[in-house]
Design a protein around this ligand. Structure first.
Ligand SMILES: [Zn+2]
Length: 245
């Protein structure tokens, strides 16, 4: 009995040891592929890259294509001031809040795609962080929901905030960048977004925040896009538009 018990214990011990060893191996192996998911995009090297010394991020890339109407189920409709055939889909690399490269999508008017690519190439080169970049259609065209999700987006066929006139977003010549960190603030300091309340004053520090005179503001200015943070009274810190407004 005793002998059997000892044997059993030995077996158990060896099993448990083996189990321990085996759990350790997959755990390490899991860590490597997780890190490697970004690595192959950067380098097609088959050697797993240790997370401590990652290879450089991929270079900036941008692709401009025509956009089909079914990609804009909420943001475009007949009667909008720009036909969807005059809009373009820009897929480009941006640097995330997670310190990793991502591909985002923007829709702008065909006449300003070069402006956008020029600016976002610079932002990526500076590793200037952007929270996320999806078409506003991901939020069923809701400007409020897109802003609440801190989504950077451009085209949206809607009136200007607090107005019956079309916004420059409806012409595809305006963009909102990191809207949570850069809220629309009324002259009395109010924002509609609870999660943006700590970002209503300028200058302020924080990831993805745009302050007066920042290189981001200058990069847009160099291609003729004005910043809503310079407006008198109401400030729209997220907003850049070609020619202002
Ligand atoms: Zn805007």
């Amino acid at each position: 009995m005793k002998r059997t018990a000892t044997m059993a214990l030995v077996v158990l011990a060896s099993v448990s040891c083996g189990t321990q060893h085996q759990t350790a191996t997959p755990a390490t192996a899991t860590t490597v592929p997780v890190d490697a998911t970004t690595a192959p995009a950067a380098t097609p090297s088959p050697t797993p890259t240790p997370s401590a010394s990652p290879t450089g991020p991929p270079p900036f890339s941008a692709k401009v294509t025509r956009i089909s109407r079914d990609r804009l189920p909420y943001s475009w409709r007949p009667g909008c001031p720009v036909g969807y055939r005059d809009l373009r889909l820009v897929s480009l690399t941006y640097w995330g809040f997670d310190d990793k490269p991502h591909t985002g999508e923007l829709v702008v008017r065909s006449s300003v795609t070069d402006d956008i690519v020029t600016v976002f190439r610079k932002l990526y080169g500076w590793r200037w962080p952007i929270k996320q970049m999806k078409l506003v259609d991901a939020y069923k065209g809701s400007d409020f929901d897109s802003i609440d999700a801190d989504n950077t987006s451009a085209f949206n066929c809607r009136p200007a905030t607090g107005s019956s006139n079309w916004s420059n977003h409806a012409y595809g010549i305006a963009i909102d960048v990191n809207p949570r960190e850069n809220p629309y603030v009324t002259s009395d300091g109010h924002t509609e977004h609870q999660n943006a309340k700590k970002f209503t004053k300028r200058p302020t520090k924080g990831k993805g925040v745009i302050n007066p005179g920042d290189k981001v503001v200058k990069a847009f200015a160099q291609v003729g896009w004005e910043w809503g943070g310079y407006w008198a009274g109401t400030k729209d810190f997220q907003h850049f538009s070609k020619g202002g407004g």
